[in-house]
Each structure stands twice: as structure tokens, then as C-alpha cells.
Ligand binder design. Sequence first.
Ligand code: PMT
Length: 225
Amino acid sequence: FKPADLGGMSLTITAGPTREAIDPVRYLTNHSSGKMGYAIAEAAAKRGATVTLISGPTNLATPHGVTRINIDSAEQMHQAAQEHAPASDIFIGCAAVADFRPAEVAEQKMKKKDGEDDMVIRLVKNPDIIASIAALEAGRPFTVGFAAETQDVEQYARSKLARKQLDLICANDVSNEGQGFNSDQNALHLYWPKGDKALPLANKAELGTQLIDEIVELFKAGQQD
Ligand code: PMT
């Protein structure tokens, strides 16, 4: 049992995948279910925090007490994050944001052409949402990222922590079956500039609770510096 001790604290959390339109009926996406981000949102709301959840398309119910903003694309998620993060104490980027989107979105459904056995879709880079929040000059929240890696987890996670100027990064090894994308369980390794901590395999609800404990502790320690 956790007391409602986070009253007065506000968090903005991103969760789920983004969808990048190709034409009116097709899109590029990934396997994120939203479960990890929703679990974090639920854990924070249970402790009395004000939680805004910016969510890509998922099949999940909105956790009790959480304000949910639905978006499809990375650009829409970026806009919603810019709007809500500066008024938040903590920003957590758990969404699996598509790094690229089609350069052009066809207005009509694209048709197969006789005699053409391949096609090329040119992609352009999406904005880096979490880096833009960490770079805010006014109202910068304590900024927590995730890193989905398949190898050299610590090295890649630490380089994302530094490159994106984050306060904390939560790495998951998504090459391990049964954890990470679209599973009910996960294991995280947290890295911050002065330390690290492993949160071993657990269901995402439990992990969300543990993660909120760690984030709040580091956030409060940062305020005392
Ligand atoms: O949703 P689930 O099925 O429960 O799965 C959870 C998860 C595996 C998706 C989650 O735990 C996770 O790792 N989320 C981040 C996935 C990811 O896209 O990682 P990344 O290493 O590509 O990105 C690093 C960080 O930058 C992330 O905080 C990401 O949200 C952010 N990012 C990335 C690209 C971009 N254009 N903008 C961003 O803000």
C-alpha cells in the first residue's frame, strides 16, 4: 500500500506506438502496446499525482484518475508534449516514437501499377520529442527517457542519456523474449549521470510502481542540489 503522497506533483507521460501515414488506409508503426507507459501513469495517479498521458493508438483502458490525450503520429505527440510538459514537474517518454515518417502522404489510396514489382517510400526524420523537452529553457521538467536496445545496452543507453540531455534513462533489452514490447512483463536498468540500478523482471504494473518510487526519489534529490 502506498499513500497518496504525490498530491501537488504533475507528470506528463507518453506511451504506445506512433502511426505514420502512407496514404488514407496505410501506415508505418511498431509493436508497442502502451502497457509499460500506462502502468507508470497508473502508479503515479494512485499516489495522488496529476497525470497527463499522451497516448498513441492502444487497446488499453485509461487508468483511473489519469487525463488521456490521444494522438496518432509523432508530430502530433510532439505538439501535445510541447503543450503539456512545461507545466509538469516530471516528463516520462515511454512511447515508441517512429524515428521516420513518409516524406509525402498520398491523398488517395495508392494503387499497384502493372509491371512494377517494387516501390520506394522516402522517409524523413521525425522530431526528437524527448530531446526537445529536455532542451526547454523555461519550464523544463525532470526528464526521463526509455531506451529499447537489442545489444550493448549500457553503452547505448548512456549515450542516449547524454545526447538527449536526460536526467534518467530506463533501458530495456528488447531482444529478450517475454519482456519489452507488447508483453506483460519487463525488466529495466536505470542509468543516471551519477549512478545506476537494475529493476529485475516483473509484471509491468509492479515495475511501474517501482519506477515511480525511483523517479520521485531522484527528482527530489535533484531539487535539493
Ligand atoms: O508499450 P509496451 O508494449 O509496454 O512496450 C514498452 C516499450 C518497450 C515500448 C518501452 O519500455 C520502451 O522502451 N519505450 C521506448 C522505445 C523507444 O522508442 O526507444 P528508443 O531507444 O528508440 O528511444 C529513446 C527515447 O527517445 C525514448 O524515450 C523515446 O520515447 C524517445 N524518442 C525517440 C524518438 C523520437 N523521435 N522522439 C522521442 O522522444
